[in-house]
Design a protein around this ligand. Structure first.
Ligand code: UD1
Length: 419
């Protein structure tokens, strides 16, 4: 298994190109199955999760060709209504084929995704979406089995106990677009990745209107292929901003879309960083040593994203004073705390709130990556620590960050991979 070796201490300086958003690419790849002709997606990042989704699309009969960051997905032979356990267990987002299967093949058999290290991750809202549209859902032997006797427009809410669900919104939308009549869906996720899916579907011929937390879908008979470019990855951009911040550096983020990052940019400015738009992107720099502690609460968009919680916890651990980080989306998503503590961070956890008592230095230690964003947090901590940190189980990072060590090295980080 590969590990990353990071020698800390160098402030990051220079420019980095932000890739297309993983969390938009995955549902948009699945949505391509809804068309009767090929869909071309540009700005698709080269990531393990994208490879897995390509495999899922192959498994259900579609042809996928990749040329650099462009994917051409030909759904003409999409005719297998099953996503087996060995794929879904690799990547939860495989469940995104559920909606297209129900809509186009009139039936679906998709393995139930299990829990994962960031906590319990139910799928009841996905099923609520299907049932509200008139599908018949059965869960047995670890599989979700859905029959579509003819989906009909309906008025319902997808709001869950922790707010809206990105996955359930995308799946329900992909089922509703080919249904009969009008659906009004309340309590939907407003994440930019969901809006990218709405844009793609509308370009394919769908009739969807998204406003705040409500989406209205007027069903259509068929959808056609188009060319579409995936939005920039706001989580990757936020991670590089946090990397600039924790190393007290100065980084230009090319192809970064600041309007998708208001909560994150607001926090960085409150802490004392300068974040400004520049032509084609943004600049994040630390102009003074006096950074202030803060309180972060993760929330569905437009709130502060849970996918940046771990990285900001690492950053706050080097700011003098007490900060708090409250996780409202995945209350158990704090696996990185024990690893950060091994590097000298002082963080205590009570319920879903971490209290971070800033320390002057972090020191290198062998640490273990537990999930995708926790891996990023450990890399950030290592960039600022004294000495050489070895980060084990780094395969998690390849799921979601394109060429991370190359990009960081381009900013002056001393980082390399060992196999
Ligand atoms: C997506 C992102 C993930 C991000 C998460 C929250 C992708 C591929 N993944 O995951 O990176 O961390 O959004 O922004 O885009 N929930 C239910 N019932 C359900 C579904 C969800 O109760 O049926 C709960 C979840 O447990 C969680 C909250 O709703 O507390 C939000 O989850 P959701 O938005 O669905 O996450 P994903 O789509 O799985």
């Amino acid at each position: 298994m590969d590990s990353l070796i990071v020698e800390g201490g160098a402030p990051l300086r220079g420019a980095v190109e932000i890739s297309g958003a993983k969390n938009a690419a995955l549902p948009l790849m699945a949505a391509s199955l809804l068309a009767y002709s090929p869909v071309t997606l540009h700005n698709v990042p080269s990531l393990m999760d994208v490879d897995t989704m390509m495999l899922v699309l192959h498994t259900v009969g579609a042809d996928v060709i990749r040329k650099g960051n462009t994917l051409v997905i030909d759904p003409s032979n999409f005719n297998i209504p099953e996503a087996p356990y060995n794929l879904v267990r690799k990547m939860r987002a495989s469940i995104y084929v559920l909606g297209p299967m129900v809509a186009r093949l009139k039936k679906a058999k998709v393995s139930m995704p299990g829990g994962c290290v960031i906590g319990r991750r139910p799928i009841d809202l996905h099923l609520r979406g299907m049932e509200s549209l008139g599908a018949v859902v059965d869960v047995s032997h670890g599989y979700i089995v859905v029959d579509n006797p003819g989906l009909k427009g309906a008025r319902f809410s997808l709001e869950g106990p922790n707010g809206s669900s990105v996955g359930a919104t995308c799946n329900t939308l992909m089922a509703a677009v080919l249904g009969e009549g009008k659906s009004v869906i309340h309590g939907v996720a407003r994440e930019p990745e969901v809006r990218d899916l709405v844009d793609l579907l509308n370009e394919m011929g769908a009739r969807i209107e998204a406003q705040d937390s409500t989406i209205t879908v007027e069903g259509v008979r068929e959808l056609h292929g188009v060319e579409h470019s995936i939005i920039p990855d706001r989580i990757e951009a936020g991670t590089y901003m946090a990397a600039a911040a924790i190393t007290r550096g100065d980084v230009i983020l090319k192809n970064c879309h600041l309007p998708h990052m208001e909560a994150v940019v607001g926090k960085l400015r409150e802490i004392g960083l300068e974040v400004e738009p520049v032509v084609g992107g943004a600049r994040c720099r630390c102009n003074n040593g006096l950074l202030k502690p803060t309180n972060i609460r993760t929330l569905p968009y437009p709130g502060f994203p849970t996918d940046l919680q771990a990285q900001f916890t690492a950053f706050l651990s080097l700011i003098e004073g007490n900060s708090t980080v409250t996780e409202t989306i995945y209350p158990e998503r704090f696996m990185h705390i024990a690893e950060l503590a091994r590097m000298g961070a002082e963080i205590s956890l009570f319920s879903a709130t971490a209290t971070v008592c800033g320390v002057k230095n972090l020191s290198a230690a062998p640490v273990m990556a537990t999930d995708l964003r926790a891996s990023a947090a450990l890399i950030l901590a290592a960039l600022a620590a004294t000495g050489k940190t070895e980060i084990l189980r780094v395969y998690h990072i390849d799921r979601g960050y394109e060429h991370i060590e190359k990009k960081l090295a381009g900013l002056g980080a001393r980082i390399h991979r060992e196999g």
